[in-house]
Design a protein around this ligand. Structure first.
Ligand code: URA
Length: 206
């Protein structure tokens, strides 16, 4: 059944659909529940929910903050300016966005791109945990301080970015958010180096 505000392409969509929009079976029920979620204020402002994109079998999961304007329009994560930079970083380590699972701590756009609130992050956390359980990634890279706080609530990103930490059997790598490089060009090299760390870590766990 397709729910009323179901904003993604339905199951059984034509094969030639852009790969961004293909939803694998393990995600269909979850993405529908996200599309119908009324759990916090953000539901009132969204055009589309932005559950996530990428294969259910990805070894690498990237977790950002929350959708921006473009993401809210398309229902896909990291398709705006930050996304362009993110794709560049992925390419630099031989990956494309289709190789990795990408999501955010909140699945709806905060108005005027404000930071997500603690209660909004909590309301969305069950969805993120389900995504982690489905994808079962070996490596999770947190992009920015909000996703970092899930595993490292008391740390500073400037102090632990690029470090690989093993938690509950997964390797977690805190990273700067790609938007940080757009605001502050001097972080580009740091972020690039941290992406190399992701590559190294993936190679070591092959
Ligand atoms: N910033 C994020 O954190 N997530 C997106 O999806 C886009 C921009």
């Amino acid at each position: 059944m397709i729910t009323e505000n179901w904003n993604q392409i339905p199951i059984g969509a034509p094969e030639d659909l852009h790969p961004f929009y293909r939803i694998e079976q393990p995600f269909t029920d979850l993405y529908k529940r996200i599309a119908d979620c009324p759990a916090c204020e953000l539901a009132r402002f969204r055009s589309k929910t932005v559950p996530g994109s990428g294969p259910s079998t990805s070894k690498l999961m990237l977790i950002g903050e929350g959708p921006g304007q473009r993401e809210d329009e398309l229902g896909l994560p990291f398709v705006g300016r930050s996304g362009k930079f993110l794709e560049k970083m992925l390419l630099s380590i031989g990956l494309s966005r289709h190789d990795v699972y990408i999501t955010n701590v909140v699945k709806c756009r905060p108005p005027a791109n404000r930071d997500p609130l603690t209660q909004e992050i909590s309301a969305c956390d069950n969805f993120l945990q389900e995504q982690i359980a489905i994808v079962n990634p070996t490596v999770i890279a947190t992009l920015g301080r909000f996703s970092m706080s899930i595993w490292f609530p008391n740390e500073k990103i400037s102090q632990i970015h690029g470090e690989v930490k093993k938690i509950d059997g997964r390797l977690i790598i805190p990273m700067y958010h790609p938007a940080a490089a757009l605001r502050n060009g001097s972080l580009r090299k740091t972020i690039q180096d941290d992406f190399l760390k992701i590559k190294e870590t993936l190679n070591e766990t092959k």
